[in-house]
Design a protein around this ligand. Sequence first.
Ligand SMILES: Cc1cc2nc3c(=O)[nH]c(=O)nc-3n(C[C@H](O)[C@H](O)[C@H](O)COP(=O)(O)OP(=O)(O)OC[C@H]3O[C@@H](n4cnc5c(N)ncnc54)[C@H](O)[C@@H]3O)c2cc1C
Length: 317
Amino acid sequence: MSTGPQIVYIGAPEADASTFEARIRAEIPDIQLFATNDRAEAMHHLADAHGLIAHHFQFDEEMLARAPRLRWIQSLTTGTDAILKLNRLRDDVTVTSTRGMHGPQMSELVFLLMLALLRNFPKMQRNQAAAIWERWPQPLLWGKTVVIVGVGAIANTELAEGAGLRCDNGIWVDEYCRTSDPAVYAAGDCTNHPSLRFGRRVRLESVDNAFEQSKAAALNMLGRPTAHDRVPWFWSDQFDNKMLIVGLTHDHDSQVVRGDPRSRSFSVCYLKGRELQAVEAINHSKDYMAARKLIADRAAMDLARLADSAVALKDAV
Ligand SMILES: Cc1cc2nc3c(=O)[nH]c(=O)nc-3n(C[C@H](O)[C@H](O)[C@H](O)COP(=O)(O)OP(=O)(O)OC[C@H]3O[C@@H](n4cnc5c(N)ncnc54)[C@H](O)[C@@H]3O)c2cc1C
């Protein structure tokens, strides 16, 4: 039996913890790994744990209290700012996440495709097919020293906390933008609010959300009950590429690329079963526009038609 560091892995209910455990044991025999999908069961293994791998929402004060030897937390999801706020998180515990600090993030697939575009990968492929050897400088980086700074934002809730409002990764509000004090409303980046469409709480950083949620808050304050129920959307201009994201990518079981990324106009659709959850459209505003309605309507997609970019997204149902 290994005497190396002890790691506890807590998967999501549907994750295959035993497969994960078997693979890690085979590849890194020096660590003692306990993998489970049952958080309650994991709680019994924390006393000697040096590392804890879990989704951000699975961490709480009790868990940290039970793990006095903990040195490392790996969050499997975005939302690590919620972990950083736990009072029992000691300074000598390192928190890492491969998914960014807070969601929603650009998916890895789209990130890689955009990076390939910026490096003129289509030209490389054409050259390869024609057996041409050609080098060209990467115009963005040529002759430059590069520093990459990953900036995340944590909602500054000190004022709200001081006023006694419930805060947990943002100011806690309901769909009517009401805080835990019914006389106080909140809207925008600082709120942790329910997404009715996605059935989970979210803290979004987007102009559209800030606009629309504050409209709903104003109407509610005026006595006109209005639920804030938008499908979230985001935009980002990456040099000469326009990226539009609609929906949330966190919960999908398949993805379909529409169009040819080499054409610089394509989209990636994320599905749960046949239901469209999110679309990331690169220079493809038509798919983005259609997706806003399809996602809101919980439309069941025809997967074969969806994969055929000759069929308009709105008709792929
Ligand atoms: C670099 C960057 C790029 C972005 N790009 C995009 C983008 O491409 N698309 C997109 O949709 N969104 C983008 N965003 C996010 C977008 O800017 C925010 O979602 C939006 O501004 C949120 O609006 P808000 O009113 O909720 O908060 P804010 O715009 O942050 O306004 C909050 C205001 O409250 C003030 N304030 C804070 N505390 C106090 C206090 N105690 N007393 C008084 N005043 C206080 C602040 O000074 C600030 O003026 C970007 C953000 C950044 C930083």
